[in-house]
Write a protein of this length. Structure first.
Length: 173
């Protein structure tokens, strides 16, 4: 491993899924190394979104873990990965992506500045998301159905954006 990669992983980014995350690699290049994101990577491949998430961006990605996908009803992931369900899978995955490079500090500041404590934004899918910060500083992302998932690892820098690891799968209405 080149010294620059080691320095970037150790200095700028947390480990995710037992693997160093490098700020000079793309979202997909890093995600494929995370043992906690194998389901997400398989879904991105099945949806044909690898080239998009390897693109210039910038993107903010709320990345569900394997454990998050396991919380879905039995058979859901297997069904979504079938070629005939590619459109539905793509809609769900793009619901986890926001245009731009939003750090956790940006999201927290916008939520705290709002009158109701929520920062509302639009995912690439065109659907609404919200963020709220608890008094203890925990950040939750809400989907349109009102389900909330915690950001468990914020600010994983990528060459084309940032990833915030979350503990659930966001589902549009």
């Amino acid at each position: 491993m080149p010294a620059t990669d080691t320095a970037m992983a150790e200095g700028d980014n947390p480990m995710v899924g037992g693997a160093p995350m490098y700020a000079n690699k793309t979202i997909v290049e890093n995600a494929v190394n995370s043992a906690d994101h194998t389901t997400l990577v398989a879904a991105v491949k099945a949806a044909g979104l690898v080239d998009t998430l390897n693109g210039e961006g910038p993107f903010t990605v709320f990345a569900p873990t394997n454990e998050a996908f396991e919380k879905l009803p039995a058979g859901t992931v297997e069904t979504l990965l079938k070629p005939e369900n590619k459109d539905q899978l793509t809609k769900i995955l793009t619901y986890h992506v926001v245009s731009g490079n939003s750090s956790a500090a940006d999201i927290v500041a916008k939520a705290k500045a709002s009158r109701d404590g929520f920062y509302n934004f639009t995912a690439v899918s065109g659907d609404a998301l919200s963020a709220k910060v608890t008094p203890s500083g925990r950040v939750f992302i809400f989907d349109e159905k009102g389900d909330a998932y915690e950001v468990t690892i914020p600010d994983v820098k990528q060459s084309n954006g940032v990833i915030h690891v979350i503990d659930g799968v966001l589902l549009p209405r």
